[in-house]
Write a protein that binds this ligand. Structure first.
Ligand code: CJB
Length: 825
């Protein structure tokens, strides 16, 4: 394929040029004029204007990739939690001040328009947000890369509270159209499901298998720009939307059965209708497997047909692409590539396997056994009969290999089988990914270690060279430059602006931690960020926060392993001590505890915990004495947009999962990078954060992973902590007797008994250690100068957690791909 069309011109990079373009957009795209334009008209015109500035870069990047045919990275992910697009596009194209000034000259306020954008919530939490950070970094580093995923019509649900309990509402983010997407129905792809397989003999006399599908749907690609930061590059994110095949239209003509045709259409379109809201706890629903196969089948087909030159020899596929599997969700891509090569391209099995093994790499994001996806053989066989056969064959070959290398250790063979036998026959997707992937990585040092030692042990022994670590990262563009303009300006003034694309440069701030004037200005920025948050919570949620208090923040999905309950027990203990007179309010550091968390709609305990937080909050906040020094704020519907205001305002970052349960965490990185101090366990990336910032600037507490495991093995008895620790007993008793539920002990009885009888995540074992660490926090906070010194050092020493560094690690250890030359533009 060659590109010879001249590229479109970029509008003039000036206030006048911008205004001209903007008014043209209002007229021609929105069909209105400034005087009559609604806020939405103005927002859409602005988005389109900014788009124009990126368009030539996008076209050039695509053309360069097609022309030079470099090795590319395809990031396959069922989730991309992008956050708002406008802000990011403005900073990437260096249009922020031009847009602000240009709009102001027309009497339009940029900030008002920014608020108009509904963020595409196409992910649940950490995993989806990580994918968004990674594609941002790849674009900024000029790496030829494409993100592939699903264009869910409904993203993660909107959370509201009714009587303190979570209620889910649909997120119809596309209601007013999205100016950031480009539909390409002409590039639709057909995806098959169901049916059966049959053997046949091809003209050369070879025995072959073909899949005779039962039904089909179409995948329509929607392209999104992924702008690099001021490097003249814009990569592509391609999300697939499901449509009914045209055969359904024919049905309408042929049979006049309109209702049936519409039903079929709805059935097909259901596939990309809604994001499953379970985080780390897949439900094994048929529609979810349909979604997974749908998007990877579209993506492989797209890459082979659209991005490779015609007649490309697929034996050389590993030279052109590496498919990174973001958790197990896209793992069905492995048998799909085998099917394409063997059934469609006529490869011998071994040839196809050799190509496939070199095209995939797998990232595992969890240690929780319940988060590892397994698909019942019955379901897989019904939906994807050919893929199941291929998986069986991969498994047979692999188990032969294990048998041979282990001298026939049948117990080992059974343990390593891709097919589980109990409780039902099922495909273990993580095992399939490990057997087929060229590399397997965890997402923080500790996590990768535990993956090898505990989860995939036999595989780590069998394929030691496959296992590696890449510690997660976050994009400094969104989570520092954009979210924290005050701190960004202060940093840039001190060390120049190179840090935005080279975050290690933050090290140059270290000496400034000892500069009293710099610390004062740092505190000024923090105070301004708190004011910004206070305004947001007041207008968005009607929550009143005193910016003079310590902001103690715990925001992440609600999960028992993350231990929001531990944080809550601290709040209840403070309440108890103040109301019982044990603590005088004068002796308490005033703090506002901010929670943000969505629970999976079917996760009963998580929803109970949300209700309990809200009920405790209501009592604490209404208490005349207690509320002078302690308040709880729980804004509903925590999302990326809220994070962007919350993270820069925080003083204290709560990262308190039970050691060995949080794979990495990425919120922990965002807070440290914005100068919050962490109170945390030795878990996930906390370990690396603490190593980098230094023990004196991190509040460590809790059991280590080996200690926790040993205790579990010896028989953990949570009630012994209740019996022996009076403070803990009083806190639990307050909840148990109904203090926070209008005197009704029944309301939170399930939470209490869960803690006392099971406490799977050892909240009670870590309670005292956590309280002690909180006392160290109070003591440290009492010295604002020392605190801000630690905060500055947190910023200076966490440049490692840039997702640019993660991408370099993937490139070096896994992908072995090269950046394109920067675009001179
Ligand atoms: N993670 O967000 C999810 N969803 C899952 O289903 C499994 C894991 C999270 O992924 C993040 C990115 O790697 C990690 O930082 C986090 O610890 C993990 O829970």
């Amino acid at each position: 394929m060659t590109e010879s069309t001249p590229l479109i011109a970029t509008p003039e990079h000036s206030v006048e040029g911008f205004v001209r373009e903007y008014l043209r957009e209002l007229n021609f795209s929105q069909g209105t004029v400034l005087e009559r334009a609604s806020v939405n008209d103005k927002y859409l015109a602005l988005a389109r204007t900014v788009r124009h500035y990126l368009m030539a870069r996008w076209m050039r990047t695509t053309a360069d990739q097609i022309r030079t045919q470099p090795k590319a990275v395809a990031y396959l992910s069922a989730e991309f939690l992008l956050g708002r697009q406008l802000d990011n596009a403005l900073i990437a194209s260096d249009l922020e001040s031009i847009a602000r000034e240009g709009l102001a000259s027309l009497g339009v306020d940029l900030d008002e328009l920014r608020e108009e954008e509904i963020e595409p919530g196409l992910g649940n939490g950490g995993l989806g947000r990580l994918a968004a950070c990674f594609i941002d970094s790849l674009a900024t580093m000029s790496v030829p890369a494409i993100g592939y995923g699903i264009r869910y019509e409904y993203g993660i649900f909107r959370q509201t509270f009714v009587d303190g309990r979570q209620v889910e509402e649909p997120d119809n983010w596309l209601d007013r159209g999205s100016p950031w997407e480009f539909a390409h129905p002409e590039h639709e792809v057909t995806v098959s499901f169901g049916g059966h397989t049959e053997k046949y003999t091809d003209p050369s006399g070879r025995e072959r298998t073909r899949w005779v599908p039962g039904w089909q749907v179409l995948g329509v690609p929607y392209n999104y720009m992924v702008p690099g930061y001021r490097n003249g590059r814009v990569n592509t994110l391609r999300l697939w939307s499901a449509r009914a095949t045209h055969a359904f239209d024919l049905k309408i003509f042929n049979y006049g059965d309109y209702a049936e045709a519409v039903r079929a259409q709805t059935f097909a379109e259901n596939i990309s209708k809604v994001l499953y809201p379970e985080d780390s706890t897949p439900q094994g629903k048929e529609l979810r497997l349909q979604q997974q196969y749908f998007f990877v089948a579209c993506s492989l087909r797209d890459f082979i047909d659209q991005l490779l030159p015609e007649g490309f020899d697929l034996h050389r596929l590993p030279e052109r692409i590496v498919f990174q599997l973001n958790d197990t969700h896209p793992v069905i891509a492995i048998p799909e590539l085998m099917r394409i090569l063997v059934d469609e391209q006529g490869f011998e099995w071994d040839e196809a396997w050799d190509v496939t093994r070199r095209c995939f790499a797998y990232t595992c994001h969890t240690l929780l056994p319940e988060a590892l996806e397994v698909w019942p053989v019955e379901l897989m066989g019904r939906l994807l009969p050919r893929h199941l056969e291929i998986i069986y064959r991969i498994n047979d070959d692999f188990l032969d290999e294990v048998r041979e290398s282990s001298g026939g250790d049948e117990l080992l063979v059974r343990r390593m089988s891709i097919i589980a036998e109990h409780p039902e026959r099922a495909v273990r997707m993580a095992y399939l990914a490990t057997v087929a992937g060229a590399k397997v990585n965890g997402v923080a040092e500790l996590h990768s270690q535990l993956l090898r030692d505990k989860v995939l042990t036999d595989f780590a022994d069998h394929f030691p060279e496959k296992f590696t670590n890449v510690t997660n990262g976050v994009t400094p563009r969104r989570f520092l430059r954009l979210a924290n303009p005050g701190l960004s300006a202060l940093i840039t003034e001190a060390i120049g602006d190179g840090w935005v694309t080279d975050l290690d440069r933050l090290r140059e701030l270290e000496p400034l931690a000892d500069d009293a004037e710099f610390r004062r200005r740092f505190r000024e920025v923090k105070a301004a960020n708190k004011d910004r948050l206070v305004r947001l919570l007041a207008t968005r949620d009607g929550i009143d926060v005193d910016p003079g208090t310590m902001l103690d923040v715990m925001v992440k999905r609600l999960h028992e392993y993350k231990r929001q309950l531990l944080k809550l027990l601290h709040v209840v203990t403070l309440y108890d001590r103040i109301t019982s007179g044990e603590l005088a309010v004068e002796d308490v550091t005033p703090r506002t505890v901010v929670f943000g968390a969505k629970a999976a709609p079917g996760y009963r305990m998580a929803k109970e915990i949300i209700a309990l937080i809200n009920h405790v909050g209501a009592v604490v906040n209404a208490h005349p004495e207690v509320s002078r020094v302690l308040r709880v704020a729980f804004p509903a519907n925590y999302n990326v947009t809220v994070a962007e205001t919350l993270v820069p305002a925080a003083d204290l970052s709560e990262q308190i999962s039970l050691a060995g349960k949080e794979a990495s965490g990425t919120g922990n990185m965002k807070f440290a990078l914005n100068g919050a101090l962490t109170i945390g366990t030795d878990d996930g990336a906390n370990v690396e954060i603490r190593q980098l910032v230094g023990d004196e600037h991190f509040f460590l507490f809790g059991l280590t992973e080996p200690e926790a495991s040993a205790m579990q093995e010896a028989g953990y008895r949570p009630s012994s902590y209740y019996e022996e620790n009076a403070s803990l007993r009083r806190a639990i008793d307050l909840i148990a007797k109904g203090t926070f539920s209008g005197g009704d002990p029944a309301t939170f009885a399930p939470v209490v008994s869960n803690l006392l009888d099971e406490d799977r995540f050892m909240v009670l074992a870590d309670y005292q250690s956590y309280l002690d660490a909180q006392e160290r926090v109070e003591a440290a906070y009492a010295d604002p100068d020392a605190w801000s010194r630690s905060a500055v050092l947190n910023v200076a020493r966490t440049g490692f957690f840039s997702s640019d560094r993660s991408m370099r690690d993937y490139l070096d250890r896994i992908w072995h791909a090269e950046p394109l030359p920067a675009n001179g533009e």
